[in-house]
Design a protein around this ligand. Structure first.
Ligand code: HEM
Length: 150
């Protein structure tokens, strides 16, 4: 079967269908992001990790492009989230808290289909970020046996 062409028209049609099904559009996502990051900055665990963000308007604009690509199929985000988080010293507790807050704000600000759409993607991406950033402890190495001579 020939590949389905990845055209601007096709992306626009998909984006439109998602908006119809979920109520999510650029404005709804930006409104959600402002509420979520407003709460994240106030959170005792997450707040300190965001203290180094110098320009919040620029960060919100980057995140709006990211979520436009992830949730609305708009394209337009070309960053490297793994590298952006590499030096923050994030722990499993940070990810658990981030997801709990994301879920609470999504359920409060978006309709049920929109919240479910965002949450499914947030959980998947958080999991891959967490697995990439936080190494699992290795099992203890078995005692090395001396190589027999000869
Ligand atoms: C676990 C808790 C998390 C903390 C504390 C955190 C914090 C941060 C910080 C401090 C930045 C850098 C901002 C800057 O450039 O100044 C950042 C960037 C970003 N974060 Fe997170 N983050 C977390 C989890 C996540 C998750 C789960 C996602 C996605 C589902 C995400 C998506 C992004 C994106 C897209 C960027 C922009 C990367 C770029 O520069 O292109 N973050 N985050």
């Amino acid at each position: 079967m020939p590949p389905i062409p990845e055209t601007a028209e096709r992306r626009a049609a998909l984006s439109h269908a998602i908006t119809e099904e979920t109520g999510l559009d650029t404005a709804a996502i930006e409104d959600f992001l402002r509420a979520f990051y407003g709460a994240a900055r106030e959170d005792p665990l997450l707040g300190p990790a965001f203290a180094g963000v110098a320009d919040w308007e620029a960060h919100i604009a980057t995140l709006a492009r990211f979520w436009g690509s992830v949730a609305l199929m708009q394209g337009g985000y070309h960053g490297q989230p793994m590298q952006a988080h590499a030096r923050l010293g994030l722990t499993p507790a940070h990810f658990a808290r981030w997801l709990a807050l994301f879920e609470a704000v999504a359920r409060a600000r978006l309709n049920p289909a929109g919240a479910a759409h965002m949450l499914e993607r947030a959980r998947r991406i958080a999991r891959s970020l967490e697995m990439g950033l936080i190494p699992l402890p290795l099992p203890p190495r078995p005692e090395a046996r001396p190589v027999p001579a000869g």
